[in-house]
Design a protein around this ligand. Structure first.
Ligand code: C2E
Ligand code: CA
Ligand code: CA
Length: 456
């Protein structure tokens, strides 16, 4: 039976094993796998919700672990948001070799933990966890393996450190309030009275303004199903996720869903947004990449749109990531060009397959001719770098004409089609639109076609 020890902060549900667990010999017990779980946003939670919130976070994670490992180990919460777990019955970790089982289990746990809402004095709070595992030599030998092994879940935390602003806590709590329904909706899969919001995908086409009815690809846009049964656009939810450092957990989920869609519809090309925070290698991407390696035809019909509303943690890391995804066949789009953090330097670094010009410029072009004069230059920059340029936010025929005259053949916006929950591609082949794959105008992926020459 799992025993939960009292710790210095006085939470826990069963006493009696503190002395055992605090004893260093016991912690390196040769019969058990040792996990150390760390709540990365513990300082944030303590600052925003006080000691009570911090205690709730710790016992919330402890509860998740106890639920998972009931009779198979011991969970010990420590101070400062750290929790030790000793698993005796290693079969509980899952199939495969013991190190693989530890790795897979920890990656999954780190993904799951942020999705669970933990109640603390009328608020729902969310944790971001990282972890390490260690298998003692004796246990490895008992499994016919060599020396002891250890590893870590390399999911870093992208959240900014709490700053000195007096409204920091209010802002943090309000951001968590904004994202909580979406996060918990991902695991529940349905809306209920605790404020969970089911995540749905709407689709919006990128159309050819010169030869109407040709679709370059369709972009997946998150919609949140509320209690009223209506699907709402995300509003500031993604900005809040980025501020909190939680965007990656949602991005990986949405990318997996879009890959599911691509598997179902062999002729369609779909794009999915990923935050700049997600443009880096981590264990979760490994899982998605293995899927794409096994499904090359799906990979070549997947476009990753990098939204530039958050700064990129490391441009060189991002370039490595982008290159590896393109090697698998995926295309890369740089979103929000001209407004977000995306600079010409980043354009050069990524050499994306697509550049999307932010809708700001179309709006300005239709009210002020002088500002409209910028549009052909922006389009020209993307084209000069060899990218296919898409202009966003085209709402009227007049705007479509202005953009086309400025050299913007590929357009997206309400004029061409609003985001729709309907999978309109199911109308093909008799529907009025055909996709670029079918029409043979899907741009080549230079990494695939030219191999190592493009390895930057
Ligand atoms: P975005 O990627 O730039 O997506 C385009 C936004 O413009 C969408 O807003 C779309 O509904 C809206 N839009 C499309 N045509 C028009 C038009 O003609 N006029 C106007 N005024 N707006 C138009 P939405 O769906 O509210 O999404 C907002 C932002 O949220 C997206 O901007 C993207 O940054 C983010 N987002 C949405 N889904 C995801 C996702 O799955 N992952 C990530 N990381 N971000 C997402
Ligand atoms: Ca986008
Ligand atoms: Ca955009």
């Amino acid at each position: 039976m799992v025993q939960v020890a009292h710790n210095r902060e006085g939470n826990g549900s069963a006493a009696g094993n503190v002395h055992l667990l605090r004893h260093p010999k016991r912690l390196s017990d040769s019969d058990a796998v040792h996990f150390s779980i760390r709540i990365e946003n513990y300082a944030h939670i303590r600052r925003a919700y006080g000691e009570e919130g911090a205690r709730a976070a710790l016992s919330g994670v402890q509860r998740m672990l106890v639920d998972l490992f009931r009779a198979d180990g011991i969970v010990v919460p420590e101070a400062n948001g750290e929790i030790d777990v000793l698993i005796w019955n290693v079969e509980a970790l899952g199939a495969g070799s013991l190190p693989d089982a530890c790795r897979v289990w920890l990656d999954k746990f780190c993904w799951l933990a942020p999705l669970l809402s933990i109640e603390a004095s009328g608020h729902f709070i969310h944790v971001w966890v990282s972890g390490r595992w260690e298998i003692p030599g004796a246990l490895m030998q008992a499994h016919g393996l060599n020396a002891g092994q250890s590893g870590a879940c390399n999911i870093g935390f992208s959240g900014a450190w709490p700053d000195d602003r007096s409204d920091w806590s209010d802002r943090y709590r309000s951001d968590v309030g904004l994202v909580s329904g979406l996060l918990s909706g991902i695991i529940s899969g349905s809306a209920d009275d605790t404020g969970r919001q089911e995540l749905m995908l709407a689709w919006q086409p990128v159309c050819d303004a010169a030869g109407p009815e040709l679709v370059l690809y369709r972009e997946a846009l998150v919609r949140l199903l509320d209690d009223d049964g209506k699907a709402h656009p995300p509003g500031d939810v993604f900005l809040a996720l980025e501020r909190l450092g939680f965007a990656r957990v949602v991005d990986h989920y949405v990318v997996s869903r879009v890959i599911d869609e691509l598997e179902q519809a062999p002729d369609v090309i779909l794009a999915v947004n990923i935050s700049a925070q997600s443009v880096r290698h981590d264990a979760w991407w490994d899982e998605i990449k293995s899927r794409l390696v096994a499904l090359p035809d799906v990979a070549r019909r997947l476009v990753l749109e990098i939204t530039e509303t958050a700064a990129m943690p490391s441009v060189s890391g991002a370039v490595r990531f982008v290159t590896s995804m393109r090697r698998l066949g995926c295309r890369i789009a740089l979103d929000d060009f001209g407004t977000g953090y995306a600079s010409i330097r980043q354009l050069l670094a990524f050499s994306p397959d697509f550049v999307k010009i932010d809708r700001f410029f179309v709006r300005r072009a239709s009210v002020c001719a002088a500002e409209g004069a910028m549009l052909p230059h922006l389009i020209g920059i993307g084209q000069a770098l060899g990218a296919t340029v898409v202009v966003e936010g085209v709402e009227t025929q007049e705007q479509a004409d202005i953009v086309l005259a400025a050299g913007g053949r590929w357009q997206q916006g309400y004029h061409w089609g609003r985001p729709s929950l309907l999978r309109t591609w199911h109308r093909a082949p008799n529907g009025e639109r055909s996709d670029a794959t079918l029409a043979g105008s899907w741009p080549e992926n230079p990494i695939i076609s030219h191999g190592a020459a493009y390895d930057r």
